[in-house]
Design a protein around this ligand. Structure first.
Ligand code: NAD
Length: 327
């Protein structure tokens, strides 16, 4: 069993992963400055309140709470549009702070590092579904920063031997089936929670951006992967790296695309309430389709998504929203 450091473990995907790591028998410490996470989401692990970019405190905490076999790095700023408005803030938090954590991890002898990357590293890809060998062509600072950290990790492995995996998530969604963890971003920018909140009357009608894309129903197509399946993928990734298995960059998705309109219709059916929405123009920067070819990760790590059918995603997300917003 391994002793692991999870940065951003008070956030959405990180908190689900902490739970999965603990269930797999590993011990965990969380480093998070709670700029967007929730302390209540960290259970059964010490919460070290610290900015991962803090070059003095991070090595000190690794020394005090370690030695850690591996690190899982989720902490980041996550809004694409904000990254365009304020690129320096994004490069500072998503690249410089990440490099600080990588440096401390190498310095303390960590053997493996799992990094939260994103489909945004591909920009507007030519081919669908997208394989890992498609060129990296990010179109915003958020995606560019993630690609830079992947490169840093590859160089670090070459030089110092720390193993790495970058997991390029497509659309993370859903909530823990136990009902006590879920997504609570502020501001929320993801389709499913926005649509559920609109259906619940917590916000005005949803804006459906773009209905003239070259897709079957004219709306954007995305690949939705349940957060518990992402969490399990992290368990497999860190265990595989620590056992000297394969590493590198991997897509995480289901390989199945769902259109925005399909998601809204399915919500109406699953929760028994229609989603109020109005059709508006395209949002700049949205590719028509982003669907993962995730066969490489399935093959190398034996990953099988268990919760990523759209109905389970929507049911768990709805159940979490009802708990969280006291509906
Ligand atoms: N949510 C998605 O659909 C999605 C898709 C692709 C990639 N990702 C990536 O996955 C990771 C987790 O995303 P999420 O949706 O769980 O985000 P989140 O905002 O819920 O969690 C991020 C956590 O990191 C913490 N944090 C941020 N900067 C920090 C810093 N400098 N020091 C310490 N703590 C810090 C926040 O307080 C928060 O708890 C991010 O790296 C994100 O870029 C998310």
């Amino acid at each position: 069993m391994a002793h692991l450091l999870v940065s951003g473990g008070a956030g959405y995907i990180g908190s689900h992963t902490v739970r999965s790591l603990q269930r797999a028998g590993h011990t965990v410490a969380v480093i998070d400055d709670l700029r967007s996470g929730r302390a209540a989401a960290v259970v059964g692990a010490p919460l070290l309140r610290c900015d991962v970019g803090d070059a003095q405190r991070v090595p000190d905490l690794l020394g005090r709470y370690g030695p850690f076999d591996g690190v899982l790095h989720f902490a980041a700023s996550i809004e694409v549009a904000e990254s365009v408005r304020d690129p320096l803030a994004y490069y500072r938090n998503n690249v410089i702070a990440a490099a600080n954590l990588v440096r401390a991890s190498v310095g303390h002898g960590c053997r493996a590092f799992v990094f939260s990357s994103t489909a945004a590293v591909y920009g507007h890809p030519e081919k669908q579904p997208i394989g890992e060998d498609e060129p990296l062509a990010p179109i915003n600072p958020y995606g560019a920063g993630k690609a830079m950290v992947e490169r840093i990790l590859a160089d670090v492995e070459q030089a110092y031997g720390m193993r790495w995996a970058a997991l390029r998530y497509f659309n993370a969604c859903g909530a823990d089936p136990d009902g006590d963890l879920g997504e609570c971003h502020d501001p929320e920018t993801h389709l499913i929670p926005l649509a559920l909140e609109a259906a619940a009357g917590l916000r005005p009608a949803l804006s459906l951006f773009g209905t003239d894309y070259p897709t079957p129903d004219g709306t954007c197509v995305r690949d939705y992967v349940h957060v518990s399946d992402l969490a399990q993928a992290h368990v497999l990734a860190i265990e595989g790296l620590l056992a000297d298995g394969p590493g590198g960059a991997y897509n995480l998705g289901t390989g199945q695309g769902r259109s925005n309109r399909e998601v809204l219709e399915t919500i109406g059916r699953v929760i028994g309430r229609p989603v109020p929405f109005s059709e508006v123009g395209r949002r700049p920067g949205d590719p028509p389709e982003l669907v993962a070819d995730a066969r490489r990760f399935r093959h190398d790590f034996g990953w099988e998504p268990q919760h990523s059918d759209l109905e389970t995603i929507l049911r768990t997300a709805w159940s979490w929203l009802q708990t969280w917003r006291h509906l």
